[in-house]
Design a protein around this ligand. Sequence first.
Ligand code: PEP
Ligand code: MN
Length: 333
Amino acid sequence: MIIHLKPEVNKEKAEELGKELSAVVLPRNGFFALITPNKLKAVEDKYKSLVTESFPFDDDMQLASKKYMSSVREIKIADGLSIGGNTNNTIMITGPCSVESEEQIEQASELCVELGVKVLRAGAFKPRTTPYAFQGMGLEGLKLLDKMRTKHGLKIITEIRDSTHVSEIIEYADILQIGAKAMYDHGILRACGKSGKPVLLKRGFGATLQEFVQAAEFILSGGNDQVILCERGIRTFETKTRFTLDLCGVAYLKQHTNLPIILDPSHAIGFAYGVPDLSRACVAMGVDGLLIETHPNPAVAKSDAAQQLNFKEFRELYANLVPIAKAVGRKMV
Ligand code: PEP
Ligand code: MN
């Protein structure tokens, strides 16, 4: 249950109540909120004089629930650039899977500038499935992304692989990406909760929707209101595609949560041939954004080579998505 305490209830008292109710104490705008386990369904009489409002829940989808906040949260990415809220924006996020060299990330940045794409994405610390594959350029890669931000005025999103470099990513990135494999990492979730920067949380490929949203609750209850969900495919019995893009899950999240949703068709299918079709379907669903991997020469990419679009393919796709977004009352930004 989420309990809004009266503005006159000070921090000390809120913390005392938090202990009594085993609740997380969260400072809000001018008051404190208590978030208790969902089994609490009503405020006891003895607390009523301290409470303005309370919201009971069936499960631990609480701060993220539409029952708490009926409209989608607006997440500010940059001055004049938001998603969610009343914006109807569908944001395009693109770039290579990994930063590989200055030349490669420069080319990717120039593509963004050419098309008016405002957010560049590339990994510097890569969570690979084998220790023998390219693990990313690390801090050097982050510095190259930082250079691209300054040079081209782009916003940067890059992922936190593990706890060894959380602070560096928080320092350099405009949006923090938590990858599918890190979705359960509480150290990362809690650090992002304290960060004050927008967080793009990817769904673990074995995570239920409930678990996915509960991971988002760690960030929200840590004090960071700016969480974006990202569906990137889940593991099913199917082996012909890398993962299965769960559009039913997206419909569920749109209906039941107040968090903007970005779709990642590249990692879902794992093959470039399917990315345009899936992207069209995603935009037609009216989602808040797309994350698509692009590379100047996908054949030589050091990670996720099979799924990255070349620049010609991406230009064509982007032109294709603009009218689809318009047809569903949205705008590609
Ligand atoms: C990535 O975004 O490059 C990545 C590794 O994705 P995921 O965490 O979805 O596997
Ligand atoms: Mn990738």
